[in-house]
Design a protein. Structure first.
Lengths: 129, 123
């Protein structure tokens, strides 16, 4: 009996698209993964910038010019939002691990909280820095 | 395979085929990053835009250097663990193993480069 349908079960990601209607809970969840992995771009830029600073004034000038250009500013600003989004969504996961806030209406409120909170924190951080 | 009973085939193979070590590692690094990330944002952020002399002087101070080094260390470990789960979800078979191998090289490579750079600036 164990040989029936071996290896032909639906594998993740099977939730989105034809099986499941997009909704706030699934979208805020997938955005956690996208922001987390997307932060690699900013991480590479920052590591490059640090290595350049440790190498020579010339190398630093090149890296610093990229990071402080309008494009670098845009990437770092979006990454800052991604960082706060991922942080707040991560806190939501730590709370969920205790089986708290899993009721649909509360989970959706937390979702809006993560979206709104990340925007507010990004703007506040940009003002402070 | 014909010699294996259904039960023998199933014993010891939970859905994840491993314990909770990965989950617990993610949890530890995420809690550490809750402290490190704000510290890094508010040390790196104001420093960015400074001259070469200002940056090298800034990262020769213990606090910004230690915060940056710890954030890169824990951050890349957290990234590695998280991205590995993503790969396990979307890529299967040999490609999965190769992608995870490359991911591990990238995460630990970047962490090593970053920490080396900070050590050089700090010392």
């Amino acid at each position: 009996m164990a040989d029936v349908n071996r290896g032909n079960r639906p594998l993740s990601p099977f939730m989105i698209g034809k099986y499941y209607r997009p909704q706030l809970t699934s979208m805020t969840s997938i955005l956690t993964r996208i922001t987390g992995n997307g932060l690699l771009v900013a991480a590479i830029l920052i590591v490059w910038w640090l290595l350049a600073a440790a190498t020579s004034p010339e190398a630093f000038a090149t890296a610093d010019a990229v990071l402080t250009s309008w494009f670098g500013d845009l990437v770092l600003f979006l990454s800052l939002w991604a960082l706060w989004y991922h942080t707040l969504a991560g806190i939501r996961h730590l709370v969920w691990d205790y089986a708290v806030g899993l009721r649909l209406d509360i989970a959706e409120k937390l979702g809006w909280g993560v979206i709104g909170g990340s925007v507010v924190l990004t703007i506040l951080t940009a003002i402070i820095i | 395979m014909a010699f294996l009973t259904d039960r023998k085939r199933a014993v010891g193979l939970g859905a994840s085929k491993s314990g909770t070590a990965h989950f617990w590692a993610m949890k530890k690094s995420s809690v550490a990053l809750l402290i490190l990330v704000p510290l890094f944002v508010f040390t790196f952020g104001p420093a960015l835009g400074g001259t070469y002399e200002e940056i090298t002087a800034y990262y020769s101070r213990p606090f910004p250097a230690i915060v940056a080094a710890l954030t890169l260390l824990v951050g890349f470990k957290h990234f590695n663990d998280g991205a590995q789960v993503m790969i396990e979800d979307y890529v299967h078979g040999l490609a999965e193993k190769i992608t995870i191998l490359l991911l591990t090289c990238v995460s630990y490579g970047l962490a090593g480069i970053g920490i080396f750079a900070i050590a050089r600036l700090a010392l």
